[in-house]
Design a protein around this ligand. Structure first.
Ligand code: ASP
Length: 347
């Protein structure tokens, strides 16, 4: 069509109409914000690692990224505005319930959760085990604050939203998107204190990439998750108490009786230590379930005859912090060692 034959006003009208129709066709994404570096402010643009100058609101986060309006309508749900060291069972339960309820609506395509990166993998794995939906759930953060000259937050949020509306992301469980890379929540762990390339899925690698032309997936997790998970937290207001004890040369066993005294239901070991044996036996005799994970963060902990006869659950290749999440959910269903080991084998 030769546009220059049309009066200018008519052209403007056509542009307005097509723009309006386009906006109506956009998918809606539910954005759940919790805080973290992606929302944090530093004193000036060169401050990449110190950012104690408050946090931006979800509205400021979105106003800063007008490009999102071209790809999705964002429906904001503010859960909290805290560092990820302050996230716990209360946040997990609220997120799992609200995301499940929101994704059940036909008008919602997917969910994005903003989160501090330090403990992001724990929340992502909790959601992977508890959100009852096939729709994509993407957990995103940033390594550099909102105010940094070279901040990574806006593009991470943009890419997380692209994955949340991506049809081929359906059924892949909860994903972590940072640094142009898509990881499964089951396998990713934070691996660097400040580099933007920090998430790493050690045993299997990332499942895809958010390239500029398209979102591309190369694999899909085969472990049980989301819609296919047996865990149901919709009626729960609290979770069993599980803690972690770190294993190292000459490790003191003193934390174990202290934690038992504190009322734990389960205990995860980051590896064994000769000194732990007696206190572990006492904890097990008191009904506490003990999971043997591994501090190396890659490779399975196999179910050897010795571990089996000592009553240990083995964590497969889940790191200690993720083993803790799975054990507390397992304990909402059973205290049978056999059943809990089955759960660790399947999730
Ligand atoms: N301190 C931050 C946190 O909330 C770190 C981050 O978001 O990268 O975990």
């Amino acid at each position: 069509m030769k546009h220059h034959f049309l009066p200018k006003l008519a052209l403007l009208f056509i542009a307005f109409l097509s723009g309006a129709a386009y906006a109506q066709d956009l998918p809606t994404v539910a954005l759940f914000t919790t805080g973290g570096t992606i929302q944090s402010k530093g004193a000036h643009r060169q401050k990449l690692m110190e950012y104690g100058e408050g946090r931006v609101t979800p509205a400021e986060l979105l106003a800063d990224l007008p490009e999102l309006k071209d790809i999705a309508i964002m429906e904001v749900h503010e859960i909290s505005n805290v560092g990820s060291g302050s996230i716990g069972a209360d946040h997990h339960l609220r997120l799992a319930k609200q995301i499940t309820e929101t994704l059940a609506r036909d008008d919602i395509s997917g969910a994005v959760v903003t989160h501090g990166t330090t403990t992001l993998e724990e929340t992502a794995y909790f959601l992977q085990l508890t959100v009852k939906s096939e729709k994509p759930v993407i957990v995103v953060g940033a390594m550099r604050p909102f105010t940094a000259a070279s901040r990574d937050g806006p593009f991470n949020l943009y890419n997380a939203t692209r994955v949340a509306i991506e049809p081929t992301a359906v059924g892949k469980g909860v994903m972590i998107v940072l640094n142009d890379t898509i990881h499964s929540a089951r396998f990713a762990t934070k691996g660097h204190t400040y580099h933007v390339e920090t998430f790493d899925s050690r045993d299997i690698g990332p499942i895809g990439y958010t390239d500029s032309d398209r979102v591309v997936f190369y694999r899909t997790p085969l472990v049980r998750h989301t819609a296919n998970s047996e865990f149901d937290v919709m009626d729960l207001d609290e979770l069993p108490k599980v803690d972690i004890v770190y294993g190292y040369q000459e490790a003191s066993a003193a934390p174990i009786p202290a934690l038992v005294e504190d009322g734990i239901d389960g205990l995860v070991l980051s590896s064994g230590s000769r000194n732990f044996g007696g206190e572990i036996k006492k904890a097990q005799a008191a009904g506490i379930i003990v999971v043997n994970s591994d501090r190396k963060g890659a490779g399975r902990v196999v179910l050897s005859d010795r571990r089996f006869s000592s009553g240990y659950i083995t964590a497969d290749n889940l790191n200690p912090q993720k083993s803790r999440i799975l054990l507390r959910l397992a304990l909402t269903k059973t205290s049978s060692l056999k059943e809990i080991q089955r759960i660790f084998n399947e999730y």
